[in-house]
Design a protein. Structure first.
Length: 119
């Protein structure tokens, strides 16, 4: 399990085409990708299971705990992106609630655009 950061502090200012916003690049794929939004309510859990494909979980709101093959929980919150390799056992849980975007594809390499989170 690797935790990356995509929060505003690592974004770049975009001014092209008279724009004025900040953007954090996350991922690029040439193979099909599945993208979904998960809403974990209070005491929600995505149970302990193996990733069918490489998987990237982008925390948008709330906070929770994630663990990978090492079975050690790490705290995550908005702006964190958690990456699990294909076949890696993992779990996500939250006490207060959490909203996240999940991306799944055979071709995910979040390290191309995001930096590993430093605690």
């Amino acid at each position: 399990m690797i935790i990356f950061s995509f929060d505003q502090s690592v974004s770049k200012r975009i001014t092209r085409f008279d724009s004025n916003f900040a953007m954090s690049r996350v991922i690029q794929t040439t193979k099909p990708a599945h993208v979904g939004c998960m809403y974990l309510e209070e005491n929600g859990v995505i149970g302990w299971h193996q990733a069918v494909t490489p998987q990237l979980l982008l925390i948008l709101q709330g906070e929770g705990l994630v663990k990978g093959a090492d079975e050690v929980y790490a705290k995550v919150s908005a702006g964190d992106a958690v990456f699990w390799e294909k076949g890696e056992w993992h779990e996500t849980k939250t006490e207060a609630g959490l909203t996240a975007i999940v991306m799944e594809s055979e071709e995910l390499d979040p390290g191309l655009f995001m930096s590993v989170r430093t605690d």
